[in-house]
Write a protein that binds this ligand. Structure first.
Ligand code: NAD
Length: 500
């Protein structure tokens, strides 16, 4: 299939064909067929998007927060009304089940809901009479043109972590979607226009390194939010900072779950199935490692888990009862298969082998469990981003905690236990950005903030919630003297504030 489809960039509210020489093939991973194509964004396209966003900022930054919030109310309605269509777009190009895609869209809606209260989020501190006739207050003001660079695995939710908050804070935005599954992000941009957003405030492009480098080097971009792999995120962070931009880069992960001997085995197994195999393991908050305390607990867990993994309903996103779809691409499938081979060669026990699913058309890999994994194995150290779970057996809770704390990634971790002392100790001492107790994936909701530690996040600010507001605004502290009749006289030395 080499006829170009109608997917286009959305700059200044208009559909425009990209000018890069690269044409992206967009696949349905459940069939392995190319379903759409799209010409990528060139440096010139990025320049055009930034230039209209810069002009739009002059007006948009002066629009009152209440009016911006009103657009967010409209947008929320539209996204909900179109959620079936949006979810179908996600599933068709990503492969995740329709139920999962709908959940992702609704997680994005929660961020929009957070933005409807932008008035309150921008509310500032005011101190009257810091000295005679002098008042001080804080303003949080928008930065200018901000950019977002997003991954394939949440083509609806991750973009919505970024642009609604940036825009609600008064910025304008250039969104660079993943080239693997851009349809939903483009449609979400159209809906933003329908909601009443002025042209040029949100501009959405699809491109690769060429487009990203143009963003990194553009002098009129003030801040960049990135979500994706660690290798790319580290590059974007350093390159962006070198060019004096504010950068937050949320990156890869290897999330651990500890199962204590006193845990409810039913609860733990249900949690593992959803968190390790949901979305075929292609989540930055997927549980990739289960650390089990004691052989007896491990044997019980694996006995209960095996039939559940074997019984996973694998298939196309809209099949009745489907629980797990394919992975995103041939390249991804090959990478996962190579890790499974490495696991076997390095001495882990392949308790469940899902490789027979690769016989289907498309990019399927069945659920796998490796038992007796040790920390030196590549299946333990690396992010596989597929439905491959590693079980590590240790004797004591302290060893499990140390494993997590020594891992290079620090996104999320969770513990299953009925013991409050263990749970509290875990939350206080685990070296990750998102910790959980008896929950499968401790993904913070929209009014809280999402972000990891160590090599899972470069920069200082997590995403969405109040951290998002702080990232997309800068602080100005204003000191004023009124009434005009007060005369303090010339002062040549510093004094305590109250004496000024
Ligand atoms: P990726 O790093 O390959 O791509 C992310 C973005 O960067 C895309 O827009 C892509 O076009 C661009 N890009 C790719 N290669 C580039 C390069 N060499 N130079 C400049 N830009 C480049 O990531 P992905 O495969 O799309 O997504 C999966 C990764 O994202 C996983 O590592 C996952 O853990 C991570 N992720 C992290 C979070 C989080 O919140 N920490 C959330 C979702 C996904």
């Amino acid at each position: 299939m080499k006829n170009k489809s109608n997917l286009q960039q959305l700059i200044n509210g208009e559909n425009v064909t990209g000018h890069s020489e690269t044409i992206f093939d967009i696949y349905n991973p459940a069939t392995g067929q190319v379903i759409r194509q799209m010409q990528g964004a060139s440096v010139g396209d990025i320049n055009a998007a930034v230039s209209v966003a810069k002009v739009a900022f002059n007006h948009w930054s002066q629009v009152t927060p209440s009016k911006r919030a009103q657009i967010m109310f409209n947008y929320r309605e539209l996204v909900i009304k179109n959620s079936d269509e949006l979810a179908r777009m996600v599933s068709e190009e990503h492969g995740k089940t329709l139920a999962d895609a709908t959940g992702e869209v609704m997680r994005g809606v929660e961020v929009i809901e957070f933005c409807t209260a932008i008035n309150s989020h921008l509310k500032s501190d005011f101190t009257a009479n810091v000295s005679e006739g002098i008042d001080s207050y804080n303003l949080r003001q928008p930065l200018g043109v901000c950019a977002g660079i997003t991954p394939f695995n949440f083509p609806a939710m991750v973009p919505m972590w970024m642009y609604p908050i940036a825009i609600a804070c008064g910025n304008t935005f250039v969104l660079k979607l993943s080239e693997k599954d851009p349809s939903c992000g483009l449609r979400l941009t159209e809906l933003m226009m329908e909601a009443g957003l002025p042209k040029g405030v949100l501009n959405t492009v699809v491109g690769d390194k060429e487009a990203v480098d143009a963003i990194l080097h553009h002098p009129d971009i003030s801040a960049i939010s990135f979500v994706g792999s660690t290798a790319v995120g580290e590059y974007i962070y350093h390159e962006g900072c070198k060019n004096n931009k504010r950068v937050q880069a949320l990156c890869g992960a290897k999330n651990h779950m500890i199962v204590m001997p006193d845990a409810s085995m039913d609860q733990a197994c249900d949690a593992i199935i959803g968190a390790a195999y949901g979305s075929a393991g292609e989540r930055c908050m997927a549980v990739a490692v289960v650390v089990v305390i004691g052989d007896e607990t491990a044997d019980r867990l694996i006995k209960q888990l095996k039939p559940m993994v074997k019984g996973l309903h694998i298939g196309k996103y809209d099949e009745e009862g489907v629980e797990m779809g394919p992975v995103i691409s041939q390249q991804s499938q090959d990478k996962i298969l190579s890790y499974i081979e490495q696991g076997e060669q390095q001495g882990a026990e392949l308790a469940i082998d899902g490789r027979s699913e690769t016989q289907r058309a498309g990019y399927f890999v069945g659920g796998c469990i490796f038992d007796k994994v040790t920390p030196d194995m590549s299946i333990y150290t690396d992010e596989i981003f597929g439905p491959v779970l590693s079980i590590v057996r240790v004797d004591r809770y302290e060893e499990a905690l140390e494993l997590i704390n020594e891992h290079e990634y620090g996104n999320g971790a969770t513990v299953f236990t009925r013991d409050g002392d263990t749970a509290r100790h875990f939350c206080m001492n685990v070296q990750v950005g998102m910790a959980g107790v008896n929950v499968p994936i401790p993904v913070p909701v929209a009014m809280h903030s999402f972000g990891g530690w160590k090599r899972s996040l470069f920069g200082t600010t997590s995403i969405h919630g109040m951290e998002g507001v702080r990232f997309y605004t800068r602080l100005k502290t204003v000191t004023t003297r009124w009434p005009s009749g007060i005369r303090a006289g010339a002062q040549f030395h510093f004094k305590r504030g109250q004496d000024v």
